[in-house]
Design a protein around this ligand. Structure first.
Ligand SMILES: *[C@@H]1O[C@H](CO)[C@@H](O)[C@H](O)[C@H]1NC(C)=O
Ligand SMILES: *[C@@H]1O[C@H](CO)[C@@H](O)[C@H](O)[C@H]1NC(C)=O
Ligand SMILES: *[C@@H]1O[C@H](CO)[C@@H](O)[C@H](O)[C@H]1NC(C)=O
Ligand SMILES: *[C@@H]1O[C@H](CO)[C@@H](O)[C@H](O)[C@H]1NC(C)=O
Ligand SMILES: *[C@@H]1O[C@H](CO)[C@@H](O)[C@H](O)[C@H]1NC(C)=O
Ligand SMILES: *[C@@H]1O[C@H](CO)[C@@H](O)[C@H](O)[C@H]1NC(C)=O
Ligand SMILES: *[C@@H]1O[C@H](CO)[C@@H](O)[C@H](O)[C@H]1NC(C)=O
Length: 618
């Protein structure tokens, strides 16, 4: 989440009245809800001890002890750059000022603060300032729910049915993660044994959890999102108060040195501003994942299928050779690859070029050069600038396959506007062909690429036909922050993905209507979680099986992408009953974490690839 500093607007509180209230405690000003009962009012005789100073203000704490279960924060941010100049941490002061609710975007939650402060008196200096240890001096952060306004599911549709700024719910810090952090707004806190669960964002901010109980922990110590558990027990660490810079090389699972800082809300998230830059204590042992153990047996009973979103790949991409080596070394050169985000031959140059022949032949040459097989590729160039992504890039899905082992069944390739159909056999009208390209559901999005294949036997005869559908559904762009004002948060593009899931499922269903034992593999970047409505609709309508479930991958190990605090899975394979149950249901599947485990610089794509070993014999 980013926000231009120019767009910052300081709201003069919610209440129009500027009545003068007096002798308020900090806890009374904060109240037990999100919005202060004193918003817009002038308060005086507010006393406290300075716990921290930042570039634009300071944090003031009452002398009240805090009980673990307290709801009203005993601390508050005092906004005023020049006000801080003669004051130091440990000073006892009495101030007056105006209570404001501030946010830099209307999509964010308000921060309660005192603005236009005036020093009424200054008392003793050098008072001891003790941070609250999270989980010890406070409750443990809630582990599943974010807000009482989410109805139990942060991904429920419809979303944005209410807003925190309007509903202003009473805080329940035992149950809701946002309420927990709100109840600590302004407090100086310590996170013991912080674990990094993201790479730093462009501002150097990193998500962590501390020595408290967490759910969804994966083997890398990240937290994987699961149904109705999107990991509110986490907090992002923002810019240090002393002007130092957080490291930019932090990786998933890095253990950090203890962090002390103040709790605030900015840029869409509750965050801790550390007193000084965070430091890495130790990194996870194996820096890179093991290559897949899955090996093709070179026949229909054990074919390997890889899938990889190669992130805006074109012929001259600097990351092309590394993508090639990932396919060879980490995926063990699968017999077949589902690729997404293949750009045309001149990348994001916005001209009439749509062919990706050069991009794909450069990739297959790099794979051969890296010691891999000589793949053949197939794709359908989209109509110029009709499939979304970077203007002129014309991203599309594409297949690579070993021509000694596989071939397209009866070829009759379709064009970008040809709507594929299932014919008796079943076979395809266009092989390969796209699903319903004119349908409004695909506006500015990738049309799935359907193909039918044959396994080439020793005598050169094609047999064991199977179908593939290579998808790249619409993105989550336009989502609101998971800790934003809109509840449940806006899941950007969910209506498009819902329609896309239905169309793709209908197509799969028409293959299965012709022959219920058809072997079908659909894979790619669905841009959605398996447990969220577009994908649950997809499996229900299509009767396909989620390969993660078929292969018994533990739910917390199902991730191919890092976003905010979550390890999450946008890339899936779904297979038909015939594939799921073949060879006694021994389908195998792995997500190979070459990118989620890397630091920002070592990341080649924002997605991890996956590989499966499947039986497509009859
Ligand atoms: C603030 O405190 C001082 C000293 O206790 C007192 O004299 C004064 O009346 C108070 N002001 C208000 C507005 O309550
Ligand atoms: C800080 O202290 C100096 C010296 O006493 C004084 O001149 C100045 O006005 C003070 N600044 C503020 C913002 O109070
Ligand atoms: C949520 O809905 C409110 C009320 O209709 C609207 O003002 C706000 O912009 C919406 N938020 C988002 C993120 O779409
Ligand atoms: C973690 O949760 C368990 C069970 O709820 C509880 O007994 C334990 O005290 C918690 N751990 C910590 C560090 O609080
Ligand atoms: C790309 O390759 C296909 C298949 O070999 C061929 O039909 C097509 O003309 C090529 N396109 C360009 C622009 O070279
Ligand atoms: C790929 O093709 C080249 C040129 O035809 C050939 O020399 C090489 O042996 C092939 N590699 C494999 C792995 O088949
Ligand atoms: C080729 O082999 C397949 C089995 O792999 C067999 O069914 C087919 O009859 C063979 N065809 C010929 C022409 O021998």
């Amino acid at each position: 989440m980013s926000s231009s500093p120019l767009s910052l607007v300081r709201f003069a509180g919610l209440a129009a009245a500027a009545a003068v209230a007096s002798a308020e405690t900090i806890a009374q000003i904060n109240g037990d809800k999100y919005l202060s009962p004193y918003a817009g009012k002038t308060v005086s005789n507010v006393s406290g001890i300075i716990t921290a100073k930042g570039p634009d203000g300071l944090w003031l704490r009452s002398s009240q002890e805090r009980k673990r279960s307290d709801v009203n924060s005993e601390s508050i941010y005092v906004y005023g750059r020049s006000f801080t100049s003669n004051l130091t941490v440990g000073d006892a002061i009495v101030i007056s000022g105006k209570v404001e609710e501030y946010r830099s975007s209307k999509d964010y939650v308000y921060l309660t603060e005192i603005s236009s402060p005036v020093l009424q008196s200054k008392g003793s200096s050098g008072n001891k300032v003790e941070p609250l240890v999270i989980g010890k001096d406070t409750l443990e952060p809630p582990k599943e729910q974010f807000s009482s306004l989410d109805g139990g599911d942060v991904f429920a549709v419809p979303n944005n049915v209410s807003q925190i700024s309007v509903a202003n719910p009473t805080l329940d810090p035992t149950t809701y993660g946002m309420d927990f952090w709100e109840s600590l707004s302004g407090e100086l806190v310590t996170v013991k044994m912080p674990m990094a669960i993201s790479k730093p964002n462009n501002f150097g901010d990193t998500w962590v959890y501390g020595d408290w109980n967490v759910t969804g922990k994966n083997e890398r110590n990240g937290l994987t999102i699961t149904a109705k558990d999107a990991n509110p027990e986490t907090i992002i660490i923002g810019s240090p108060l002393d002007g130092t810079k957080n490291p930019t090389t932090i990786k998933l699972g890095d253990e950090l040195e203890e962090i002390t800082g103040v709790v605030t809300y900015a840029f869409g998230f509750y965050r801790i501003l550390p007193t000084t830059a965070i430091t890495v204590k130790s990194s996870q042992e194996a820096a890179v994942p093991s290559p897949t153990k899955l090996e093709s047996d070179g026949t229909c009973s054990g074919l390997t299928f890889g899938a990889y979103n190669v992130e805006n790949l074109w012929a001259q991409s600097a990351h092309l050779p590394t993508i090639a080596s990932h396919i060879v070394e980490y995926l063990n050169s699968p017999d077949f690859m589902f690729l997404q985000e293949v750009q045309d031959d001149n990348g994001a140059t916005n001209d009439a070029v749509v062919s990706a022949n050069l991009t794909l032949s450069t990739l297959t040459a790099a794979i051969s050069a890296a010691g891999g097989p000589n793949y053949t590729f197939v794709d359908i160039a989209p109509s110029s600038n009709q499939d979304g992504g970077a203007p002129g890039g014309n991203i599309r899905t594409a297949y690579l396959y070993k021509p000694s082992l596989l071939r397209l069944a009866k070829g009759n390739p379709g064009g970008s506007l040809d709507a594929n159909e299932v014919l008796p056999g079943p076979t395809l009208k266009f092989n390969p062909g796209r699903i319903d390209p004119d349908n409004a559901a695909w506006t500015a999005s990738r049309k799935p690429l359907v193909a039918q294949w044959e396994v080439i036997g020793a005598n050169g005869t094609g047999a064991h036909p199977f179908f593939t559908v290579n998808v790249h559904f619409g993105s989550k762009g336009g989502s609101s922050s998971i800790q934003g004002d809109a509840r449940p948060p806006v899941n950007g593009g969910v209506d498009d993905r819902q329609a896309q899931a239905e169309l793709t499922a209908d197509f799969v269903k028409s293959i299965l209507t012709h022959s219920p034992t058809s072997r079908i593999i659909t894979a790619g970047d669905f841009n959605e979680f398996a447990f969220v409505s577009p994908m649950s609709t997809y499996t229900t309508l299509s009767s396909l099986h989620d390969l993660d479930a078929v292969a018994n991958i533990p739910t917390q190990e199902r991730y191919t992408y890092l976003f905010d605090m979550n390890s999450q899975q946008l890339d899936h394979m779904y297979v038909s009953e015939a594939v799921a149950t073949a060879a006694g249901g021994k389908a195998e599947y792995e997500h190979v974490h070459v990118n989620t485990w890397a630091d920002k610089e070592g990341e080649v794509s924002d997605h991890d690839p996956s590989v499966a070993r499947l039986d497509v014999c009859s």
